[in-house]
Design a protein around this ligand. Sequence first.
Ligand code: GLN
Length: 456
Amino acid sequence: ESYLSRLRLVEPHLNSFLHVSDSVLREAQEIDDKLSRNEDIGPLAGVLVGVKDNICTADMPSTGGSRILENYRPPFDATAVKRVKALGGIVVGKTNLDEFGMGSTTEGSAYKVTSNPWDISRVPGGSSGGSAAAVSARQCAVSLGSDTGGSVRQPASFCGVVGLKPTYGRVSRYGLMAYASSLDVIGCFGSSVADAGILLGAISGHDRLDATSSDRGAPDFTAHFPPADAFGAKPLQGLRVGLIRETLDSGVDHGVTSTVQRAASHLEELGCTVKEVSLPSFSLGLPAYYILASSESSSNLSRYDGVRYGSQAAAEELNSLYGDSRARGFGAEVKMRILMGTYALSAGYYNAYYKRAQQVRTVIRKSFKAALDENDILISPAAPSAAYKIGEKKNDPLAMYAGDIMTVNVNLAGLPALVLPCGFVEGGPAGLPVGLQMIGAAFDEEKLLKVGHIFE
Ligand code: GLN
């Protein structure tokens, strides 16, 4: 009840949600009833979970932020949602996003613009802006987002919450609307590292419905967290931390750079050795990402044809039914991505763009592997700036894409990364949060979470 009244109180100012469940209290009552019968209620019992609207839920609409799926109700729950519910979690509603996850501000939603709780004239980041804002404003305890090129980590940074992008394959993508399948992963938001880690534990593990899901099981990611009173003087003694030099280059706001450098000093005080590492291919990540993500999305989005799902245009013959449904149903950014992707994949340009980008991806993956052989974790800012004003970059797609420089490489390499608040810069009524990104070796979320927990 307290979450629901908080949700309703701030929702008119924030617009985090596209849909709020009407069965929250009934589900909570069922848990109370189970408890009174001494039945197992599960480790997430009564925890309110927000779910990004590109993740399918059978009992609520799932629009992906797109008109083309207006009123669409999937006949099934995504595996991650199913697992949350099986452990007692209550899905409180569906959160706003950039259409199909394409964007960095949540302004690309076909339905509404979400505000940043720290300053409602600013964007919450994106594409999982609704999920980040909802946790930041305590409209729910934790939330699910998706991260193809930074969509969990950048909004976490902008909204001052913890965001966790798991290793590719750690969490089943079954029921996640495909944007770029080789990069997509469902991730977690929480107001503490422990909360994000507990949610990850709930949703991870093999799923026969997703052939790319890993069979490494679902460890208890927070089991080895030392209690705060057992930290000792240098709880991270011996941990090798690499600060990625290229992420402090020009183009990054001075306030962000100095906040991250202070975070690096804090890690040293905790016992880490922090050294700068160079990833010479770092700046190639952005162009490679946008070619690969657009290419994959142009193929994935072909399923929205007006026949199989969602809204359908009235038309006399089949080709115009497809064409009109897509022309009406997709927004401008999505159309641009489809055009770019189709171009990059076309016979005459495939070698120059798509193939080249795949080769760059291999170079990036190898350079991260080498850096992580020498270091336990790598650190960087989560974004080159704090949250900016609504409308500021809306008509400048290149400026918007450039803001993804800190995050896209991690998806290209398939690695896990944790973003957590590490300070503030000036702006808004109370300052604006800055996020620190910690990148780990594949399937080493446990280390990231432990370091993050001690750091926070
Ligand atoms: N902003 C990036 C894009 O538009 C990342 C989005 C995401 O991670 N879903 O592609």
